[in-house]
Ligand binder design. Structure first.
Ligand code: ATP
Ligand code: ATP
Ligand code: MG
Ligand code: MG
Lengths: 221, 221
């Protein structure tokens, strides 16, 4: 399903070279919930960005369903990002001029759905994350944890095969986090959705089928 | 030191009226570490914004050192915000065009210090939060937890009397969070700094001298 092979990634700042990931390898062979754990700065967000092809490794391969992401056509990459992938950003990245509902509906635009169907599904997913009472609010009119939940709803609403989530419970109290984890578990079991979740949250690691541990850009577990 | 009396705050959205805080009261009588706990959306950030006077209650009073914030002079309010108060924002709010070091040095601008002294103190505080190796990086070149730590350093570097922190450990792994809590405890004990920390983190609640619990904008504990 997903294979990362000997991936290395560095950033340049002028003459400085910062190695963010070194020779990282792992594979996911079944629709699982996989946690990526590690200290702040250990490379989790960098890894997630490579999985979604928001960025490109210096060396090594990222393969989805056996196909190297470096060699799929632009059309196939669009298809992957628009339909097969949901991404929850560490800083949410909601569109500030759209309401919560509109942000989530937008994620359904690539699908062959009527306007009424998009609205209905977006409302249902927002209710699943406890945000049914703030549909018309823009992100600036929401609390931090509310924005995070709208970002989660946006990633899940299209029922993608892969969901990549960057610290999705960081701003949530334990009851709300438990509801989100329940939702993740359910989608994984009923829809065979694969989840890759960067996290510091022990409850996420507990839910996960496997935990990949990073330290200073290297896999240590 | 700090008194909140019967504070009520609502937001308007068109014809909709959202009550964020209802008749909230508490007081801090000694330089303590106070945790504000409660579910996502319960009013924590709203309360913290009122304490710093970034926003104004509809009714009720916020008093610092016995003085009603509604009636202090603009000059005294500036003095309060620039010298007596440090604020850690839930979304960090670092200046994107400045480096980590420059962001922290800027917080010392109101003080009578030489350029060399500002630099020295900023470096020392960034090292205290484990960010001594990323001084020249801009926020966009830092991980989420690294940005959060720079925001914490910025709030603390001027040794303010009051520190208001909105979920300061949300993006930190347990080891890094423990270091930050150690720093908070130390400043509280050695410099008599009062901390008001909105949090979902049980470790923060454990460290706190008292915990104020919110639910739906009301104090329940
Ligand atoms: N654009 C950039 N330029 C230079 N260095 C960068 C850049 N982006 C990230 N880094 C560095 O790469 C390393 C890995 O960052 P990454 O964001 O992947 O960490 P992380 O594990 O997600 O951390 P956190 O838990 O704090 O979110 C960090 O040390 C960071 O400073
Ligand atoms: N500008 C606004 N307009 C309308 N409603 C708002 C606005 N800002 C916040 N709210 C609402 O006020 C309530 C309290 O928000 P607040 O940000 O204080 O919550 P919080 O306790 O900090 O939550 P979290 O833990 O998720 O950060 C929320 O229900 C939120 O939707
Ligand atoms: Mg990260
Ligand atoms: Mg908040």
């Amino acid at each position: 399903i997903l294979a990362v092979e000997s991936v290395t990634k560095h950033y340049r700042r002028g003459s400085e070279r910062i190695v963010a990931l070194t020779d990282l390898s792992f594979s996911i062979d079944a629709p699982e919930v996989v946690a990526i754990a590690g200290p702040s700065g250990s490379g989790k967000s960098t890894l997630l960005n490579l999985l979604a092809r928001f960025d490109v490794p210096d060396s090594g391969e990222v393969r989805l369903d056996g196909q190297d992401l470096a060699s799929i056509s632009p059309a196939a990459l669009d298809e992957f990002r628009n339909r097969k992938l949901g991404f929850v950003f560490q800083q949410f990245n909601l569109l500030p001029v759209l309401s919560a509902l509109e942000n989530v509906e937008l994620a359904l635009a690539p699908q062959a759905l009527s306007r009424a169907q998009r609205r209905e599904r977006a409302i249902a997913m927002l209710e699943r994350v406890g945000m049914g009472y703030r549909l018309a609010h823009k992100p600036g009119e929401l609390s931090g944890g509310q924005q995070q939940r709208v970002a989660i709803a946006r990633a899940l609403v299209g029922r993608p095969r892969f969901v990549i989530a960057d610290e999705p419970t960081g701003n949530l109290d334990s009851k709300t986090a438990a509801e989100i984890l329940q939702l993740i578990s359910e989608l994984n079991q009923t829809m065979q959705t694969t989840f890759v979740i960067a996290t510091h949250d022990p409850r996420v690691m507990q839910l996960a089928n496997s935990v990949i541990e990073l330290a200073d850009g290297q896999r240590i577990g």
